[in-house]
Write a protein that binds this ligand. Structure first.
Ligand SMILES: NC(=O)c1ccc[n+]([C@@H]2O[C@H](COP(=O)([O-])OP(=O)(O)OC[C@H]3O[C@@H](n4cnc5c(N)ncnc54)[C@H](O)[C@@H]3O)[C@@H](O)[C@H]2O)c1
Ligand SMILES: [Zn+2]
Ligand SMILES: [Zn+2]
Length: 366
């Protein structure tokens, strides 16, 4: 079938093209898109800052309605609402042990535009194959996705509100709920209050954290952080000693947990110096450069752990329905992060994401 899709062929250039989408193969479904979020990783793929293979259709936070199912699809039927998440092979050791976010093939499946059989599903008019970011390519009116990466959504909830659960929110909320697992009363600092950071703040509130500190440089994002659960905020550009301020806010002790979601290398030593003894700091951002650390001073004496994780260490088939339930209960108000655009406005949506005026741009399809 013919589709309209946002394709990257050269760095920084996104064009809406008419392309040919094949049939869903074994274990795959064809989805009519209702909406797709734009995540920081789409911008990185647009500028070819990921280990990608091009041309590629962007988009990996799609929600839509199943139109057709391929052979062997077990749980999805035409008409089902789905939230599409990150791909995983399903048969490596990590996948079999329930850690699909650490799949052995994640680099290829996330960034090379291929599906688990190594092939692509889209062709352009010249016959060249076109990849789909995250085995999804959701910046298009239709896409094909493996059933294992599509989570059936509660039909009572308006789909367009749920896009960001697929990646950004899953990453931030999952880093807190799946990786840190705070106990009520624990203190946490979140560096970078974008879609990932603010969803971590929402999750910290949900988990009953006591002191929740948001660090950013944009006043409107700090205000929104307070609205979403932060008990304190720090303007990282104005504060000369962020770690000292965190210690002050926690009675001199520091935070039990910290999340780095800003991408700014300079914040990492500040984050680690603001930890309480035996604390856990988690890095999810793609830092814009290397960091120099006095590792002995920062880790050994204070007994601090520093970890990284992908997609909030989550298994989307279990975790996304939980996030939908939290959203329904008003405990994960992700619609506060959303700005909506038509497909024709996709360039402006990327621009607004880059200049910081939109936290979670969402493209709506007719
Ligand atoms: N590990 C994963 O699986 C995964 C998944 C999704 C996104 N990410 C990454 O997580 C990061 C956050 O994603 P996002 O979509 O929330 O991005 P974003 O750009 O919306 O948010 C980053 C925030 O950090 C703030 N910031 C940047 N530099 C700062 C500084 N020096 N001082 C204070 N604040 C500063 C910005 O103002 C912004 O609010 C990105 O690097 C993204 O690529 C990782
Ligand atoms: Zn795998
Ligand atoms: Zn993403």
């Amino acid at each position: 079938m013919k589709i309209r899709a946002a394709v990257v062929r050269e760095a920084g250039k996104l064009e809406i093209e008419t392309l040919e989408l094949g049939q869903p193969r074994t274990g795959e479904v064809l989805v009519k898109l209702i909406a797709s979020g734009i995540c920081h990783t789409d911008s990185s793929a647009l500028y070819m800052q990921v280990p990608g293979k091009y041309p590629m259709v962007l988009g990996h936070e799609g929600v839509g309605i199943v139109e057709e199912i391929g052979p062997g699809v077990r749980d999805l039927r035409p008409g089902d609402h789905v939230i599409m998440s990150f791909p995983s092979c399903g048969c490596c050791e990590e996948c079999l042990e329930g850690r699909p976010y650490a799949c052995d093939q994640s680099t290829e499946l996330f960034f090379h535009g291929i599906y688990a059989d190594g092939d692509r599903r889209i062709t352009d008019p010249s016959g060249e194959k076109v990849g789909a970011l995250f085995g999804q390519g959701s910046l298009a009116d239709h896409c094909i996705i493996a059933e294992r990466n599509a989570v059936k959504a509660d039909p009572e909830v308006e789909l367009k509100a749920l896009c960001s659960l697929a990646c950004g929110v899953q990453t931030g909320a999952g880093a807190v709920l799946n990786k840190m697992k705070p106990t009520p009363g624990d203190a946490i600092a979140v560096f970078g209050c974008g879609a990932v950071g603010i969803s971590a703040i929402m999750a910290a509130k949900l988990a009953g954290c006591g002191t929740i500190i948001g660090v950013d440089a944009v006043p409107s994002r700090l205000e929104l952080s307070l609205e979403c659960g932060a008990t304190h905020v720090i303007n990282g550009r104005e504060c000369p000693d962020i770690a000292g301020e965190i210690k002050r806010l926690t009675g001199g002790k520091g935070v039990h947990f910290a999340l780095e979601a800003s991408g700014a290398p300079a914040l990492v030593p500040q984050m680690l110096a603001g930890m309480r003894k035996e604390g856990l700091a988690v890095l999810v951002s793609f830092l814009s450069g290397p960091v120099e650390l006095d590792a002995t001073m920062l880790f050994v004496g204070p007994c601090i752990s520093f970890a990284g994780t992908v997609e909030g260490a989550s298994n989307p088939q279990f975790f996304i329905p939980k996030l939908v339930q939290f959203y329904k209960e008003g405990r994960l108000p992700v619609d506060k992060l959303a700005n909506y655009y038509s497909f024709e406005e996709v360039h402006r949506a990327f621009e607004d994401s880059k200049n910081g005026s939109a936290i979670k741009p969402i493209i709506l399809f007719d």
